[in-house]
Design a protein. Structure first.
Length: 493
């Protein structure tokens, strides 16, 4: 089994490489990411698709150093795929052979539908469950679409419509917005009628840069792009501003980052047109894409390209690396769920929150590996920055806060207000936090006692064959979210 795998993706605009390390059969985490804006497609679209010498040399130089990184990190496997600019180039074979001969990197040129498939594969495996959606990956030379229905990829398609292609054809010499729009409209006619959905899963640099801009403008409490959702109508005015911009200074004033100034207008023109033709109203941003799709195809090759049911990659990866006694955490998780059920009459919380409760209990001490002191704070930062795959932002924030406050107190007003946009009612946060704290108290001796619970007459009765001396002391210090008694009964064997 490959421990470390490098994935290289050579696009029209950038060459990127990620290195993933496995922690168990299906769990993995990113250990290296590098990007070089080699612009291998530069000048090609005005020259019959032929790759030009200077861009090819830039790509060669980047790959040479990617190879050095691969060697330094002792990667067991390397996959390298090339997309639009290279697959369209009459002289692509010349470049591919040179890279193989001099760098011993095998470049696999993938067709458009396969490129679209990789983006869709990453979406159905690494985002929250998707029922009905269309993945949209706007690249430099082409745009890929994947139709997802009932959680399955049913069709993929690629259209020769990309930011660099559009820039060179319509904006490099004599800018012509109207002709560019007509060109886009004509290209998008290739989309089948069933490519129609309220939900777009956005992949690629343009959509991620637009997402980043929105997050800054609304002062979003997280910095994670992956899984960020927004209603299109609320932010359509920003698209309009970008499309109508006259020059780079206009784009800077809007808030576009330096590395996106050269193609952001073209990308947003394409994105806006796609939104219109798909009748979409919502976007979910996907921080993963082709590279992750290539990796997933490899590690999921024996499981029909999907993770096992109820498998959460980020949870397993964090647990593999940072939880020393997994049985203890599983015990806390199981006790937490039993307490939730036993106290349901009192808290009246939707059972759907048992998922967040279960995950928070399994990861409550992931920060201990860094330091015992302030472990709850370390755990909070681990989760808020790393629990990305398979969870919504709302779920991630709730789990992180539950972990931060699995002590004797309830979540602070400051933390609740900081993440107010993403949190449920404070009553829910307080109750779930208290339940984990109580479960942890009940295992103060680390003996994992067998416990039974029942609630009646404003009293939670806990039956145990052990005295639970330390637990009783711990429980007395807890802040309860409601007024009720806790009684421990010793069962004689």
């Amino acid at each position: 089994m490959a421990k470390r795998t490098a994935i290289i993706d050579i696009g029209s605009n950038s060459a990127r490489m990620v290195v993933y390390e496995k922690s168990s059969s299906y769990a993995f985490h990113l250990i290296k990411e590098v990007k070089s804006r080699v612009r291998i497609g530069e000048g090609a679209y005005n020259n019959g698709g032929i790759l030009q010498d200077e861009p090819m040399q830039r790509a060669y130089d980047a790959l040479f150093e990617f190879k050095q990184i691969i060697k330094s990190l002792k990667c067991n496997k390397t996959f390298c795929v090339a997309t639009s600019a290279i697959r369209d180039a009459p002289n692509a074979n010349q470049f591919v052979k040179k890279i193989k001969r001099e760098l011993n990197i095998n470049i696999k040129i993938i067709d458009g539908p396969k490129e679209a498939y990789y983006g869709a594969l990453a979406s159905v495996n690494l985002l929250k469950p998707l029922n009905d959606a269309i993945t949209v990956d706007i690249g430099g030379g082409s745009t890929e679409f994947g139709r997802i229905k009932n959680g399955k990829i049913i069709e993929t398609i690629s259209i020769d419509l990309g930011t660099v292609r559009l820039k060179e054809l319509f904006f490099s010499k004599n800018p012509n917005l109207k002709r560019a729009q007509n060109y886009i409209n004509e290209k998008l006619k290739q989309l089948p009628d069933f490519f129609n959905s309220e939900c777009i899963v956005g992949i690629g640099g343009t959509i991620r840069a637009f997402c980043d801009l929105i997050m800054k403008k609304i002062e979003y409490p997280l910095e994670t792009l992956h899984g960020f959702e927004y209603e299109i109508d609320e932010h359509r005015y920003i698209l309009k501003q970008i499309i109508e911009s006259k020059d780079r200074n206009d784009l800077k004033k809007i808030g576009i980052k330096k590395d996106r100034l050269d193609t952001m207008k073209e990308g947003c023109l394409i994105f806006n047109s796609i939104i219109n033709i798909l009748n979409a109203s919502k976007v979910i941003t996907n921080g993963s894409g082709v590279r992750e799709g290539v990796y997933l195809e490899d590690i999921l090759r024996s499981s029909n390209k999907r993770f096992p049911a109820n498998f959460k990659i980020s949870v397993k990866s964090l647990s593999d690396r940072f939880v020393e006694d997994k049985k203890e955490n599983l015990y806390i998780s199981n006790i937490s769920k039993k307490l939730f059920d036993s106290l349901s009459y009192l808290h009246n919380i939707d059972p759907k929150y048992k998922l967040e409760l279960e995950v928070a209990a399994k990861l409550y001490n992931v920060g201990r590996k860094l330091s015992f002191y302030q472990e709850h704070l370390h755990s909070f930062y681990f989760i808020i920055n790393n629990l990305n795959y398979n969870f919504t932002h709302e779920q991630k924030v709730l789990i992180a806060l539950l972990v931060k406050y699995h002590t004797k107190k309830l979540p602070s007003y400051e933390d609740v207000m900081a993440y107010k946009k993403l949190l449920p009612n404070i009553k829910i946060v307080n109750w779930l936090s208290f339940i984990i704290s109580l479960a942890k108290c009940l295992n103060s001796s680390l003996s994992k006692p067998k416990l039974e619970f029942y609630y009646e007459n404003h009293t939670l009765t806990i039956k145990s064959s052990q005295k639970l001396f330390l637990a009783k002391e711990c429980i007395k210090k807890l802040v309860k979210p409601a007024s009720f008694a806790i009684k421990i009964e010793i069962i004689n064997n």
